[in-house]
Structure formats: C-alpha cells, structure tokens
Design a protein around this ligand. Sequence first.
Ligand code: SF4
Ligand code: SF4
Ligand code: SF4
Ligand code: FES
Length: 955
Amino acid sequence: MDDIKYDPNKDYGTPKIVSEKMVTLTIDDASVTVPEGTSIMHAAQLGGVTVPKLCATDSLEPFGSCRLCLVEIEGRRGYPASCTTPVAEGIKVKTQTSKLADVRRGVMELYISDHPLDCLTCAANGDCELQDMAGAVGLREVRYGYEGENHLGSTKDESNPYFTFDPSKCIVCSRCVRACEETQGTFALTIEGRGFGSKVSAGNKDFLESECVSCGACVQACPTATLMEKSVIEAGTPEHKVTTTCAYCGVGCSFDAEMKGEEVVRMTPNKDGGANHGHSCVKGRFAWGYATHQDRITTPMIRKSIHDPWQKVGWDEAINYAASEITRIQAKYGKDSVGGITSSRCTNEEVYVTQKLVRAVFGSNNVDTCARVCHSPTGYGLKQTLGESAGTQTFDSVMKSDVILIIGANPTDGHPVFASIMKRRLREGAKLIIADPRAIDLVENSPHVRADYHLNLRPGTNVALVSALAHVIVTEGLVKEDFVRERCEWDSYEAWRDFVAKPENSPESLAKDTGVDPQKVREAARLFATGGNAAIYYGLGVTEHSQGSTTVMGIANLAMATGNVGREGVGVNPLRGQNNVQGSCDMGSMPHELPGYRHVSDDETRAEFEAAWGRPLSADPGLRIPNMLDLATEGSFKALYCVGEDIAQSDPDTQHVTHALESMECVIVQDLFLNETAMFAHVFFPGASFLEKNGTFTNAERRISPVRRVMTPKNGYEDWEITAKLSTALGYEMKYNHASEIMDEIAALTPTFKGVSFKKLDELGSIQWPCNDEAPEGTPTMHVDEFVRGKGKFFVTQYVPTQEKVNGKYPLILTTGRILSQYNVGAQTRRTQNVVWHPEDLIEIHPHDAEDRGIQEGDWVGITSRAGETVLRATITERVQPGVVYTTFHHPESGANVITTDNSDWATNCPEYKVTAVQVSRVNQLSNWQQEYQEFSESQIHLTGILPAKPAVVE
Ligand code: SF4
Ligand code: SF4
Ligand code: SF4
Ligand code: FES
C-alpha cells in the first residue's frame, strides 16, 4: 500500500483507502492492484486511466449523482458508477466503450443545455471541469436548445468579500455542500428543491449573512465557475505556483501560492500538506492582501526623538545609525542595557540569527520572544514532566481519539483547520469534554457536535479543576498503574497521588473555587480515564494565568496517570497561537536557553556554540521582556531591537509598556507596518512579508514546513539579511548566502534538528522534529517507548488562587480570547477584507449583569480595572456566565491590555491575561487613554510623512 505513489496534482476522484488487504482487477485490459475498499474510479486513476467525472473529487466521499463516470463490468448488468462502486477481486472493467461514450455525451448535453456558453470570457476558462468533461466526452452539439426553461438569468451573490456565487453556472453536483459538511464541518449549504428546481442555498441567505465561515472549501471543490475567487476573476488564471506555509496560526497549513509573475492570484491549500491535507481557513486562504497593502513601509527610517519626523534613509545609513546607537549605549550604560525581542511570526532562521546577534554580538542573553506572553508555561511544564517542551502528537492523531478534553482553547476560532479534523472525529462519535469559562462554539453551537460535558469553571481556577479531575481518577481506582509503574517515577506518582486524593481536592470541596457542579466533574473524569484513547488539547486559557505552568504540569499528570501518552489518539497537545511559537522557542529565543532548550549555564553547550560562533557567551540567563520593561522605566535598560513583535499592543499593562519604550534611547523596530511599538521607535527597518522570504515555520505538532519566496521583497531584503547586516555593522560578520545555510547551522548545533535541511524539506514536504540519525524522517508521536526525560515525572500541583480578586469595586472577571477572522494584534488581518466580520472588539456580558447595569445591546461601556480603563461596545450573550465578561484584542484602539494587570505566571512570567477584575458601566465617550491614543497615533502617522492609513473598506 505504502509503495503506491500519489501525485498531489492529480484528482483521484474518491479518497485514498488504507487496507492491509489488496485486490487485483483489470481495467481496460491492464491489471491493477489496490487496497480493498478502493473505488473503481480511484483504481483506474492509479492504473493511469482517467474516467470522466463531475460530482466526484478525492477530498470528498463519493456521491454518485452526475452519472458521468459509468463503466461496464464484465458479467454485471447495467452501468455502475465507478465512483461509488468498490473494486472486487478479479473483475474486468471497461471505462471506454461506444455505449458508455453515448451515455456520457447525453449527460453532458443536458448539463450544457442549461449552462451559459461564455467559456472564452469565463474566469474559470482553462480551469473548469465542466469544460474539460465536454471535451473529454467529445460533445459537439447540444440538441435541446437554450430556449426552454433554464437558470441562466439567476442572480449572482457577491456578498462574500473573497468569492462569488453565480448560480447560473451551477450543475448541482453537491460538491460544495459536501465540502462544507465533510471537510469544514460547518453545514452552511444545502441543496434546496427537487429536480429542475434544485439549487444550492446558504440557508436562504446570501453568503455573507449565512453560517459560512469563508474557509474556501466549497470554492476549492466546485468544478465550475459557480463558486469562484474574486482575485482570479480580477487577475486571471495563475501561471505558476510555489508551495509555502501560512503565516498565521500554529496549525501551519501548507499552501500553493498561485502566481502570475510576481503577483499572487490565489492561495490554494495544498493536498499534500501534512497539517491541513488540502483544507484552509479564511485567514490563510484569503487574507494575504496585507502583504501588498498601501500601509506597508518599505524604506528604512530613522529619527533622534520619537517626537521628530521620520527621516527616510538608505539601508546602509539606517543600519549604521542603529549600530552606532547600540555601540554608544553599551559604552555608556554597559552591555546589559541592550536587548532583543523576536516574534513567533518570524521564521526559525530569523529567530536564530536574532538570538545569535544578542548572544554573540550584544554579549548578553537579553533575548526574549512573544512566547513569553503565550506558551512559555508550556515550555516549562512539559519539560519538567515529560522532558520535552512540545506537543506529543500529530494533528491527525485526533482521528484515533475516543475522548477529547479541551481546556482553555477555542479551536474553531483559534485553530480552525485542526478544529475541522477534530469535528470530523466528533461526528464519528468521539466524546468531548470542554473546560472553559465560556460556551465556545464546540459546546453546542457546531452542527452535529455537542460537548458531553462543559465544565464552565470560573476564570483562574484551572489548577483546582485539574486537581478535582485527578482526585476522581485516583480515588475511584481509575489510574493505569501498569503504565505508571513502567514509564514514570513511582515516587513522584505516589506524592502526587497522595496529594490529589486529599479530601480538600475532591470536586465537592473545590466547587467553591471552580463553580463547577461536582457531579459533572466526576462523570467527566470517569469518561476521560475509561473512555478509550483520551487526548488533551489546551491553549492560552491554560497558560496565561498566574498558575499557567502548574496547570500544564497538572495536564501532563492526568495524561500519565491514565496512560494516555506515547501512541496515536492520546497525548498532551498545546495549541500554539501563532505560526511559529514552537519554532521560536526551539531556536533559543528565551533568555535562559540556547537553541534546543539547553540552558545557558551548561558549560558543554556553551562551549559548542562558542566554538561555532567564535565569541564568548554569557552563562547568566538574560532579561525577560517584563524585566527589560521594568529596567527601562528604572533607567538602566536603554536600547531594544524588536523584530516582528508589537509589545505596545500585545503585552499587558499598556501604559507601563509605553512608558518603558518612551524611556529608552534607541528602539529599533523591524516590521511590515508602523505598528504600535514603532510609534515609540527611533529606527525602523522595513521587514519582508512571508511571501518575500525563504525559511521555515514549526507548527504546534513540531512540524517544520518550508516558507518560500514567491516575490521579490518590496523592502529590498529578507529579514534575516537585515539582522545579518546589523551584526556586520557591529563588527561581527554573519556569512550566509541563503536562509538554507542558517538551517544548516541550526542542524549542526541542535540535536533535535540534526537531520533537517532545506533539501530534505523539499523532498518530504515537512518534518516533525526530533529529526536525527534515529529518526531521519522525523518523529510524529513522541515519548513512544520512554519519555524524553527517561521516566515521566509527576508534580504536586497545589492550587493557589490568583491575587487578582473581585470585590465590590471590581465585581466582574474579564477574560480574553480570539476570533476566527482576526489574528492576534490584527496588524495583518485588519488590513484585509476580514474586517467585514470583525470590525471592532466587543465586550460580551451576561444578560443578568447587563440588566443590573442598565446595559443594552450595542451600548458603549466603560471597563475599569485596577490597571486602567477602556471603552468597548457591549454585546449581551449567555455564552459568558454571570460574573464574567469577555473580549477579543485584535484592534489597538480597544486597549484590551490597558486594563490587564501585570500579574504573571510564577515560573515563566507569562502574563495573567485571562483574569482581570473589572467593573463595567454605560458611558458615552471614549476613555482618556483611548482619546490620548488616537491623538498620539495620528501624530505618529503624520510624522512618517505618509497619509493616515485608511481602514479596510467595510461595506
Ligand atoms: S456551486 Fe459548484 S460545487 Fe456547488 S453544486 Fe454548483 S457546481 Fe457543484
Ligand atoms: S466557504 Fe467554507 S464554510 Fe463557507 S460555505 Fe464554503 S465550505 Fe462552507
Ligand atoms: S490561519 Fe491557521 S488554520 Fe487558517 S489557514 Fe493559516 S495555518 Fe491554517
Ligand atoms: S463522478 Fe461518479 S456519479 Fe458523478
């Protein structure tokens, strides 16, 4: 089976079947051997024979409606459809006979008689299966004429910003409907009516108003121009393609950038993509226009003070100015007065050279990354318990799960393509437990999916809930003791067991903290421990707490105690927010670790890097982002090199961050846009978009995927080149000719990346690390026979309530999250038509809390915390529980981080974004901060000498 070679550019008509048993048949006199269960159509394709088809495509289950794929089988009556008929041993199939040709021509004649004959001017000309099939069956005339009743006058739906629906071209093959159901799991489309009157409907609404989430699966599946990308209609058919990786979330979908010269015409999800298998979400599929947005700054700029106008300069001048400032500041204030911040939006290669610059050239370990504010507790917690700071599975592993526990994550919004895989498994019958303060869509708002248990805990009580689940597992004898004895440190298990078994850790005792019905907790724990393969998926709702690291360890404890690690279908799976959170951590972007999570104090590791880099390295962990900011306000941290990160918007306690930035003498920002941090900068290095550079991203399943340059960088350089130039200007030449050479250096110095190279990535498509001599093609599942640390280690996870308390003044808890159409600080998605779906951040409030405060839907409300105040529009919903309010943070003017506090995780300083005590009341004007922000932001845009950015059009 494995030796069957698949061509990703071919459509095999029906999905690939995996079976141990092989079947041999004859198709058009040639013998073909395929796995049992394969369709005749698929077998024919494998044997090099193409059967005409319209309603079949290999991403969808066969449907058998168009009757174009009929074949003859010797000894059988009639003409079975090859897409729905499975192979059988010894059968003899004919796909081309004169009778079949007549039938097929007849079918095509009917289709064409109700289809506009505008092929030459149609956007799908040359890329239309109907056109291809008319040619394939030799259609020469249409006898029925076009005078009769037809659909040619149907109205086009152009409501979706990215694709059109032209019903006059629809052949009602249902591929779109099935794609929406099977691939995406949204069920937005149906076929309404019968016979001639049957038509595709988005619930009798236009696409924009419908349940559609704009994933593009239906557009991809449509064999005609009925569903068509607007970009193709405008630009014409692409003429070449380059495979690359989405620059948005941690799913890491593979895409073909379909190009016309240097212009992207369409991003098409790659069938061969290890993470996405040809699926996509609205961001990766459609929201790439920011890369050429008018707001992009492509010329370097410098200025002495943040109140001066920006001066556009050449690259050499900008680089030399930045280098001279760093040299001046280090000479005056010491080498520790300077640091660098990398971003999870950067490639592995960019992160690697940035941390190298800080360590080898700045001479300190003052480098940190935005993972500090999202998944640093994952790094810490999983390293302690399992021995490796990464998720244990592939995404596909969820197809073998029987029980799925989601804690503090919202996959349908945050990780949509993975959510689609997960929903497929749930529709097949896997059980679902959700621990979340808010009723995310998977609780009961996703068609054919409903959580078996929603443990709607109070924000900030994850550790208590995990302990309560563990209590039930331990006290009811549900521990997989054999697994624990063989695979884990028994002493650590005993200590943990005795701890969680204490009466104060029972669901009943902890209900006062969590607010969750103890009976529900007991039932969920039993299901998790006894329901078969159980997998845990978690997100920032776990990590962004004062006890984030404790919860991560608690999650690992649960998985180990129930034997759910080390095989498919189980595991501990952090859902990483940004595309390269995993990679940026792997690449040594934290102040205490060199690439590969090796501590800077380890003499042997340091010696290895010193030998390779030719510079002495500091053994002392450097400053974390919060330390840099604190020291900046105190006056000893003076210069920052910030690559691809926007701390002024994304980090907590905005006033503190901006005060710190204002206190520095040289802030160097490298980005696509004049982001919030750049407004406090003295040097601006324009960055390259993901379409303009080579490199790699590593997704949440440790999958290293290629990022490939499809157009010339508008700013002149790939980002790693800019860092290398700065390094050279500082007296340390970084000699790389191509990003691949950086990866070669990473591989030479990082044991888990030892076998990785661009060449191998080109051959395999993607590689899950560890990739080394023992696993030359990578490691899909980790900890199979033993944990990376040898024996798994349990940790006692004492619940310590957060210091952030509600009281009479601040009676509500604010928690935060993401929405599908926007991405993180929104710098990219706000510059696309995605703003149609989410033009502003709203505050969700429960009807009881709204009524108490006289708040109506759409009212402006002030949200006041101990840190600050901001104003947002209210939306009233039972998604949030009484006492809890919720917002997203995609628009800078929302000031979500003006109100978050500077509390943070005890182990990693990851901010406690998810718990802020607030009061909410009706107001009629923006907060002081918002008014000042507006003024400052406008003045800063003015200082660039470009016109104020126009917001993306909202219609
Ligand atoms: S819109 Fe396209 S995919 Fe859907 S039924 Fe019509 S032709 Fe088929
Ligand atoms: S774009 Fe996606 S969600 Fe919308 S109708 Fe098509 S398949 Fe369904
Ligand atoms: S944003 Fe995430 S899920 Fe969407 S296409 Fe990109 S990688 Fe895939
Ligand atoms: S392709 Fe088989 S019936 Fe349509």
